[in-house]
Design a protein. Structure first.
Length: 365
């Protein structure tokens, strides 16, 4: 099981010199809007592979994937990961300990301007930008990716420009850590049953979670579509028969996405952004208890962001602090931007629970 014990992030988007220690199996990342909660989850994904540019592209594209206004160029998305107004050397670093071994990721370099021969541009880019033949001047970035684990370092030189393409960028490295990211809207994308259906006992547990929303749900499966022979996800309902998952509400889709994500992250790390999205607060206690138990079963370390104090209370409630004295698998990290950098306050779940019970402690500030 990959287990991150402590984490340091510097230079990723708006985060500066953030240090988080004493991480646990379930880690809640809370704070004000625009304080960097999502950025923490994104930065963690830089550790997935040993210096692969395609993985960096994938992280840079995460926010573009939910926009309705079209994608930025991969160069613009890449540059947006660095701090603003940085005309000199640009650097992102993510470091810490994983399974008590030191790990660090550093992406650094400089922006410059280069001359490109239009004949060397991908044909799609050539057509898209209606470029005349010859040489063109454009912005570029030259730098290196360095990933070090337990004293062993891999270094990769990178060169990208405004006309670089994601297509053809090889995923040459095997993932170093199994890291799965769930955005607030992944439940709307579909493909949420594949891993659940591989494990019959886990499937039955997931069905019981769905029955919190509708007690007549009996089963789930994947059928081949009559059109194009593509897989379509179905839920079997006692009264309605077999219905596509797409016909159900967002709450059911959200639970399926969370369940599938936990199975995908087995033995690794699951990043959940805004866990409360699409789930009514009356279901928090049962759904969160199911999620924490599933993370334990699949040996998954979870990092979870939320704006909801009810969600925080629901997740803390999974530990039954009033009944047992020793177990505490939850850490609550509050982050805040200051003029000096990004600071964190890290408390155990028990500390937050007891202060909320006694003093109405507002952990998000």
């Amino acid at each position: 099981m990959a287990f991150i014990n402590k984490l340091c992030i510097d230079g990723y988007r708006g985060i500066r010199q953030l240090k988080i220690g004493e991480l646990k199996q379930v880690n809640l990342v809370v704070g004000d809007n625009n304080c960097g909660k999502t950025s923490v989850l994104e930065a963690l994904q830089m550790l997935r592979t040993s210096g692969n540019l395609a993985n960096v592209y994938r992280v840079a594209r995460l926010r573009d994937s939910i926009t309705l206004l079209g994608l930025n160029s991969i160069f613009d998305s890449f540059i947006c990961m660095f701090p603003k107004n940085n005309s000199g050397k640009m650097e992102i670093s993510v470091s810490g300990t994983c399974d008590d071994k030191d790990i660090s990721f550093v992406l650094d370099g400089r922006k410059n301007r280069v001359l490109l021969d239009t004949k060397e541009l991908p044909s799609r880019k050539y057509r898209q930008h209606d470029i005349e033949e010859g040489e063109i001047e454009t912005e570029a970035f030259d730098g290196t990716i360095r990933l070090k684990l337990d004293g062993k370092e891999k270094k990769t030189e990178i060169h990208i420009n405004q006309y670089s393409s994601v297509t053809g960028t090889p995923f040459s490295d095997k993932d170093q850590f199994n890291i799965v990211y769930l955005s607030p809207f992944d439940h709307l994308r579909g493909n949420n049953l594949s891993r659940i259906l591989r494990n019959e006992s886990y499937k039955q547990i997931c069905i019981k979670a769905l029955q919190l929303f509708d007690p007549d749900i009996e089963d789930m499966m994947i059928f081949k579509s009559d059109i194009g022979n593509r897989p379509v996800e179905y839920i079997r309902h006692k009264l309605l028969g077999d219905m596509p998952v797409s016909s159900y509400g967002d709450g059911i889709k959200k639970v399926l996405a969370l369940s599938n994500g936990i199975a995908m992250a087995a033995g690794g790390i699951l990043l959940i952004d805004e866990i409360e999205t699409a789930i009514h607060k009356k279901y928090y206690d049962d759904i969160f208890r199911f999620i924490v138990k599933a993370c334990n079963s699949f040996k998954v370390q979870a990092f979870i962001t939320t704006h909801s104090i009810e969600a925080i209370d629901g997740l803390l409630g999974t530990q039954d602090y009033d009944i047992q004295c020793d177990l505490d698998d939850i850490c609550v990290c509050t982050i805040k931007r200051t003029a000096e950098g990004t600071v964190s306050r890290v408390l155990t779940g028990r500390e937050v629970y007891e202060n909320r019970e006694s003093f109405g402690f507002e952990v998000r500030l």
